[in-house]
Write a protein that binds this ligand. Structure first.
Ligand code: MG
Length: 388
């Protein structure tokens, strides 16, 4: 074996004017592991970069509050799941959910990358191997929140252009984000969703994201009932994230698949979403739920319940690539979220790693190359890292 010799936690932030919007690609935190032979593995987390860095580098206080770096140095990266358990238990005082799991997610992704490189195999083979030969991403369509006096018509114009770009690029599945909030009442929202379906035409998989619009499940049902004939694949972020009993009532009365859990960490929280929230689809983020190790365990659990896993993903090309490895290895995954660098002008999404996968008739091939199969662009790291 070639043990881990070095652990780096690199906070990366792009200067931007989007602090009043919801764009997760304005920053990232990259964990880079280097082994004794100079190979490297990278991972990232969709969490505040400086806080993840502080968590991974915190000094050891006692057995349940340990320094993660120290546990990784000298370890065999191929023992990915064993290392996951060691780190989980060693940080269970400050970790166990939330930020501790976000940090562990970046480490776990980097371990898959490094172990795959050591063994000369892609990460999905570490996850048990390919369960399908073609991958199906969906492209999220998001015009941004209404800013600077924008009207809902302005947002619909941007959505129409993004639909055209996504279909032109080869996507056959999209999610229309209707984060219109107070710009429209529920009756007008129904009409805008129907307008979105007409823009797309039939034959394109269409999902919806409501951005936690409602606090009353019956209000959500009122809208979903009225768009049920428009072939909507799923309805995301209908109710407040932690309102699991509301999700259960809505799920049991909705004509459309209800999904949730994009903020959930670990299979323990996902199990609550399934058993209490009764959702049809869970959407953990691989860089926040516990990495590739944990999402595979989540997907295996979901098979027992008849629930689908369609992971959230709105970060750089590292997380986009994780979505591919995940779907390759996990049967309970009909789709994965994919942020297209052609639809979104985001420097980190476009430039932090390469290469980008090709898309043909809505589908991608299995990832190639050992590990994740993407490499960091060192110039981009140097330009945007904020740790001097
Ligand atoms: Mg979402």
């Amino acid at each position: 074996m070639s043990p881990i010799e070095k652990v780096e936690v690199i906070p990366i932030v792009v200067e931007n004017d989007k602090a009043d919007d919801l764009d997760g690609t304005v920053d990232t935190v990259v964990v880079r592991l280097t082994d004794a032979d100079g190979r490297t593995g990278i991972g990232e987390s969709d969490a505040p970069p400086s806080v993840v860095k502080a968590f991974i580098e915190m000094p050891t206080a006692h057995l349940w509050s340990q320094n993660s770096e120290g546990l990784l140095i000298g370890a065999d990266p191929v023992e990915v799941t064993a290392l996951w358990e060691t780190l989980y238990e060693a940080t269970c005082y400050p970790g166990r959910r939330g930020l501790g799991i976000h940090a562990l997610s970046a480490i776990d992704i980097a371990l898959h990358d490094l172990a795959g490189k050591q063994l000369g195999i892609p990460a999905y083979k570490l996850m048990g191997g390919a369960r399908r030969q073609k991958l199906k991403p969906y492209c999220t369509i998001y015009p941004g929140l209404a800013r600077g006096g924008q009207t809902v018509r302005d947002l619909m114009t941007i959505i129409e252009r993004q639909f055209e770009q996504a279909l032109g690029e080869g996507f056959r599945a999209v999610k229309m984000e209707v984060l219109f909030y107070d710009l429209v009442g529920d009756a007008e929202l129904v009409n805008l969703i129907k307008e979105g379906r007409r823009m797309l035409g039939d034959g394109i998989l269409m999902a919806l994201d409501f951005g936690y619009r409602w606090r009353d499940w019956y209000d959500a049902k009122w809208v979903l009932d009225r768009v049920a004939d428009y072939d909507i694949y799923f309805a995301e972020a209908t109710l407040q994230h932690d309102d699991l009993l509301g999700h259960a009532r809505l799920s049991q009365n909705s004509p459309i698949r209800i999904c949730g859990a994009e903020h959930a960490a670990t299979r323990w929280e996902i199990r609550e979403w399934i058993e209490v929230g009764k959702v049809a689809v869970v959407q953990p983020d691989i860089s926040r739920c516990g990495g590739l190790t944990e999402i595979r365990r989540i997907a295996e659990m979901c098979e027992l319940y008849g629930v689908q896993v369609i992971p959230h993903g709105w970060k750089t090309g590292i997380l986009a690539q994780c979505g591919r490895h995940f779907q390759a290895a996990c049967p309970a995954a009909p789709l994965f979220e994919f942020i297209s660098p052609q639809v979104y002008d985001s420097p980190l999404r476009r430039d932090l790693v390469s290469p980008e996968p090709r898309l043909s008739d809505g589908l991608m091939d299995l990832p190639e190359g050992p590990g994740l199969g993407v490499a960091l662009n060192e110039e981009v790291v140097a330009r945007y890292r904020i740790d001097g």
